[in-house]
Design a protein around this ligand. Structure first.
Ligand code: KG4
Ligand code: ZN
Length: 448
C-alpha cells in the first residue's frame, strides 16, 4: 500500500492485484504510480481502477505501456471499472425489418496497438451460435415487406431462436455480459418485438441491455473478419442496404461523418424496384444478380446518375425510370422475353455497380483514405465484390466486405456492435421499460 503526501493517491498491491483508489483526474501524480507499477512488474495479474475514464486510460496507456501485461489494461466499461478478464459474451437480437436474427458472440480486446482493428481496439470476436429466420416467403406475395405481418412473425419466431442459440452456444445466462437488440432505425412494430424480448430477458436474468443502431451493426460487421486486423481508423465505409446508401468516414466507434448519400432511392431499392418492373420476384437484389449471369449488360444503355458530378451523393431514381421506359417499350413490342429480362438485369446491376464503385473511388481520392469497408445487404452482390477486388488491385487500396451471409440483416452484427461498444467503454444499461427509435440518424449515436 502506498499513499502520496496529500493522501490523494492511495495504491495497493496485493495478491497480484494492483489497486489505485484515486479519482479519475490522474493529473501529474503519475510518478508514484510509475514506480509502484515498475516494482510490481512481473507479479501483476490485473489492474483495477475505480472511477476511471477514457482520458485516464489514454494517459496511462501512453505512459505505462509495457509496464504490465497488455491484456490486463483493457477497459471493459463497467462504469469506470477495469476488469481482469476482459472477455465479453453478448447476445444480439435483430428484428428491425424482415429477418429475425439472434446470435451469441464472445469478444475480447486484442493485444495489438490501440489504433488497429475493430473499434480501434483490435478487438476480436467469435460467433458461438447464430440463428436466422427470413420472412422473405411471407412477404413475397406482396412484393415488399408488410410491417404488420413482419411484427407478428417476429413475435412467433424470436423466443424460439433465442432458446436455440443459447443452447447451441452452451453458455449459461449467468455468463452473459449484455443482451443487445436493434433499437432503430427500422419498422416500429418489428423493433418493439426485439426490444421487449431483450428487456424482458434482461430483467429476468438480471443482465444489462444495450440498444444498437442497425446501421452501425452493418457498418462494423466486416471488422469481425480476422483479416480486418490491419484496418485502421480512419477508414471509409460504403453502407448499401434496402433503405440506405451512404459513404462515411469512420474515425472511431460512433464517430461517423457522412460524406455522401442518396438523394432519392437507395441502391437496394433500385435493385428491388427494377426486379419488380421486370417481374423477377422479391427481394430484387439476389434475383437481379441471378438473372444477370445469363444476360448481356451492354444491350441496354442505362444512366449512371451523378456519376460525373463532383459530389459524393448518389441518385438512383432515374435508373428506375429508365428501366420502366425500356420495359414498357419491350412489352408493347411483345419482346419482354427471358433473354430481355436477363439482359436488363445485367444492365441494371452493371449501372449500380459502376455508380457505387465510382463514388467510392472518388471518396478515396478526395480523402486520401485508402481503406474501405463495404456493408449492408447490397454488399452480398458478387459483381460488386468483384469490381471492388479489381479496384483494390488497380488503386492499391484495401476493400473489406463482410461474408455475404453477414451483409444482409442478422443477429451477429448486433451482438458484435454491442460487444465493441462494451469493450470500448460504453456501460450497458439496466433493463428498464423500453423504447425504440424507428428514425435514428447515425450522427446521434454516442461516441465511445
Ligand atoms: O441490409 P439489408 O439486408 O436490409 C436493410 O437493412 O435494408 O439489405 C436489403 C437489401 C435489399 O434491397 C436486397 O435486394 C439487397 O439488400 N440485396 C442485394 C443482394 N442481397 C440482398 N442486392 C444485390 N445483390 C445481392 N446479392
Ligand atoms: Zn439492414
Amino acid at each position: 500500500m502506498a499513499l502520496d503526501r496529500s493522501r490523494f493517491f492511495p495504491l495497493a498491491l496485493s495478491r497480484g492485484f494492483f489497486i489505485e483508489l484515486s479519482g479519475a483526474q490522474l493529473g501529474e501524480q503519475t510518478d508514484l504510480f510509475d514506480g509502484a507499477l515498475k516494482a510490481a512488474k512481473g507479479s501483476l495479474k490485473g489492474l483495477v481502477f475505480f472511477d476511471s475514464n477514457n482520458r485516464h486510460r489514454g494517459r496511462l496507456s501512453k505512459k505505462f505501456s509495457g509496464a504490465w501485461p497488455r491484456k490486463t489494461h483493457k477497459y471493459l466499461g463497467h462504469r469506470g471499472f477495469w476488469q481482469v478478464s476482459p472477455v465479453v459474451h453478448v447476445l444480439g437480437i435483430e428484428t428491425s425489418c424482415d429477418e429475425t436474427g439472434v446470435a451469441l458472440i464472445r469478444a475480447q480486446p486484442g493485444s495489438g496497438s490501440s489504433q488497429t482493428g475493430a473499434g480501434a481496439s483490435g478487438a476480436t470476436g467469435e460467433i458461438l451460435a447464430q440463428a436466422l429466420h427470413s420472412q422473405v416467403a411471407l412477404h413475397a406475395a406482396y412484393g415488399g415487406v408488410v410491417p404488420e405481418l413482419a411484427s407478428r412473425d417476429h413475435i412467433q419466431k424470436l423466443a424460439g431462436l433465442v432458446e436455440r442459440v443459447m443452447s447451441e452456444a452452451g453458455v449459461d445466462w449467468a455468463a452473459l455480459d449484455a443482451i443487445a437488440f436493434t433499437e432503430g432505425p427500422g419498422l416500429a412494430g418489428a423493433l418493439l418485438v426485439g426490444a421487449s424480448l431483450a428487456q424482458g430477458l434482461a430483467a429476468a436474468v438480471n443482465k444489462p441491455v444495450i440498444g444498437v443502431h442497425h446501421l452501425e451493426g452493418h457498418l462494423l460487421s466486416p471488422l469481425l473478419d480476422p483479416a480486418a486486423g490491419d484496418i485502421k481508423f480512419p477508414f471509409l465505409a460504403l453502407l448499401v442496404s434496402g433503405g440506405h446508401t451512404q459513404i462515411m468516414r469512420v474515425d472511431g466507434l460512433g464517430r461517423y461523418a457522412l460524406l455522401g448519400e442518396t438523394i432519392d432511392d437507395a441502391a437496394g431499392e433500385a435493385f428491388d424496384k427494377s426486379a419488380q418492373l421486370l417481374g423477377l420476384g422479391y427481394p430484387g437484389g439476389p434475383e437481379i444478380a441471378r438473372w444477370s449471369t445469363s444476360g448481356r449488360a451492354d444491350r441496354f444503355d442505362l444512366p449512371r446518375p451523378l456519376m460525373r458530378r463532383p459530389t459524393l451523393d448518389f441518385s438512383f431514381a432515374g435508373l428506375k425510370t429508365a428501366v420502366l421506359t425500356h420495359v414498357q417499350k419491350l412489352r408493347s413490342s411483345l419482346a419482354l422475353d427471358d433473354q430481355a429480362r436477363a439482359d436488363m438485369a445485367a444492365a441494371v446491376q452493371a449501372a449500380i455497380v459502376d455508380v457505387l464503385t465510382g463514388k467510392c473511388r472518388k471518396a478515396m481520392r478526395d480523402t486520401e483514405i485508402h481503406q474501405l469497408v463495404v456493408a449492408g445487404g447490397v454488399g452480398a452482390n458478387q459483381a460488386l465484390r468483384q469490381a471492388f477486388a479489381e479496384i483494390s488491385r488497380q488503386d492499391q487500396c484495401r476493400v473489406l466486405f463482410a461474408p455475404p451471409h453477414l451483409c444482409t440483416d442478422n443477429g451477429v452484427m448486433i451482438a458484435w456492435a454491442a460487444a465493441l461498444r462494451v469493450l470500448g467503454g460504453q456501460p450497458p444499461s439496466k433493463a428498464s421499460g423500453f423504447s425504440v427509435r424507428p428514425r435514428w440518424p447515425l450522427a446521434e449515436l454516442p461516441l465511445v
